[in-house]
Design a protein around this ligand. Structure first.
Ligand SMILES: NC(=O)c1ccc[n+]([C@@H]2O[C@H](COP(=O)([O-])OP(=O)(O)OC[C@H]3O[C@@H](n4cnc5c(N)ncnc54)[C@H](OP(=O)(O)O)[C@@H]3O)[C@@H](O)[C@H]2O)c1
Length: 424
């Protein structure tokens, strides 16, 4: 029996530890010799699925047999070789990561199959999810906030050996216990987006949302936005979700977000006329301006976000899907004492806090579709074209969907309807 087969059959830790680690493994990867090759930027062409060499494990690392993973927007950036080819990150990280192939993926759920000599918290056989922040614990500031550490990287984006594969290499400090009531693919889809949204909204360096705060969320049924909406509701805030279709508006309402704005009703959100219309619409819906604007959409929306934030309010941003160079009217910022807060990922403690909320059944997966690893390119293409809602999952070693649930009682208490709200 191979190590992968033993994991799938639920073998005991002693058996997993006794089976040899394969010298190669199946992974969704980019090829260095193809950088810049695809003028149409179709990620199905740049993402390959095939065998890559198994790396050595460093003392602080863990080898995880991946049952399921998920597509993130960084998978799309990587596979478009934009804004810069990720091989440049791997080169900076050193020879072990700087290979002809880059294995992608910043989310995973699976089983620990090897631990490095310095690992204390995790053992072979543990069922885990992986957080995306790859933090250099030797930088003193990491003890204060890992996201401020100088050599911070996003795993599977700025490092090699990511989660879209049958095996993944992570630092031990990325691992958290898998929520026991979720399937492998439900468990695998959350952490990157949920933890990023958590830090943006409630983290000490985020917008520090308070009960009753009105929060405007762009892309409210997307990867980040759908966790943002849940976190706002869970924390006693009032979400106002922006989406681009009636189907998405309906999904938002089913999530309990009663205030919905359809951005297709606006002609040019970069212009002041539409900023004013948007501001009026928010006031009409909730009777006041937004204390927090949840931004990741960038150039197309940022001017509006600054405008509609309330006096003393905050725009918290972690991305720029529609373009990095933002324009806004600074008078609206300084005269009304607003703040712009940059946010990125989440530190280990914030990942732990959001994983706890998921494990308690207070925040739910937003999985809408599941692809086999062999079709990782098609899965990423759906996200590239904004054809998806929530998260798109990928099955690696898990032989079928819906496996891996341990706590059926909690699952029954939450109900399948809520856990599968994003499924067609
Ligand atoms: N720094 C970090 O740690 C971090 C972490 C996660 C993500 N990000 C970044 O955040 C961005 C979003 O990630 P995601 O996972 O949420 O992606 P996603 O699943 O594709 O969702 C993005 C949503 O944005 C909306 N949108 C797209 N283009 C828009 C536009 N021009 N104007 C307004 N809304 C638009 C879409 O919703 P509608 O069409 O319904 O409006 C879409 O559902 C990406 O750029 C990603 O790289 C950063």
């Amino acid at each position: 029996m191979t190590l992968a087969e033993a994991v799938v059959s639920g073998a005991e830790p002693a058996e997993l530890a006794s089976l040899p680690v394969p010298s190669t493994y199946r992974a969704a990867h980019l090829r260095k010799d193809e950088v810049g090759s695809f003028a149409d930027k179709d990620v199905r062409r740049s993402i390959h699925v095939g065998q890559v060499p198994m790396p050595e494990l460093a003392p602080d690392e863990v080898l995880v047999a991946v049952m399921a993973s998920a597509i993130n927007y960084n998978t799309v950036w990587s596979a478009m070789f934009e804004p810069i080819p990720t091989f440049a990150f791997l080169k900076r990280l050193g020879p072990r990561h700087d290979l002809p192939t880059h294995v992608l993926g910043s989310d995973a759920a699976g089983v620990v199959v090897r631990t490095g000599a310095a690992v204390r918290r995790w053992q072979v056989g543990d069922r885990v999810v992986a957080a995306p922040a790859y933090i250099d614990g030797e930088d003193p500031i990491a003890q204060h906030d890992g996201m401020l550490a100088a050599d911070l990287r996003a795993w599977g984006f700025e490092t090699n050996f990511g989660g879209l594969a049958d095996f993944a290499v992570v630092k031990a400090t990325q691992l958290l216990p898998k929520p026991r009531h979720l399937t492998w693919e439900e468990a695998a889809c959350n952490l990157l987006c949920a933890a990023t949204a958590y830090r943006m909204l409630v983290g000490e360096r985020g917008a520090r949302m308070r009960q009753g705060d009105v929060v405007l969320l762009w892309g409210a049924t997307g990867g980040l936005g759908a966790y943002g909406v849940q976190l706002v509701r869970n924390g006693g805030g009032i979400p106002v979700g922006v989406v681009s279709s009636e189907e998405k508006a309906e999904l938002l309402r089913r999530m309990g977000c009663e205030h919905v704005i359809d951005r297709t009703q606006y002609e040019d959100l970069k212009g002041e006329k539409d900023w004013r219309r948007l501001g009026s619409e928010i006031r009409r819906l909730v009777g006041e301006d937004a204390a927090i604007v949840f931004e990741h959409t960038g150039r197309e929306t940022f001017g509006a976000s600054v405008y509609v934030a309330k006096r003393g309010g905050a725009v918290v941003t972690c991305g720029s899907s529609s373009g990095y160079a933002h324009e806004y009217d600074n008078r609206h910022l300084w005269m009304r004492l607003k703040r712009i807060i940059g946010s990125h990922g989440a530190n280990y403690q914030e990942c732990h806090e959001v994983n706890r909320l998921i494990s308690l059944g207070m925040i739910h997966p937003t999985l809408s579709a599941v692809f086999p690893l062999a079709q990782a390119g098609a899965a990423a293409r759906a996200v590239q074209l904004n054809e998806h809602v929530g998260k798109v999952g990928v099955l690696a070693l898990a032989p079928a969907p819906d496996l891996g649930v341990e706590d059926r009682a909690l699952r029954a208490r939450i109900g399948e309807e809520r856990l599968r709200l994003f499924r067609p």
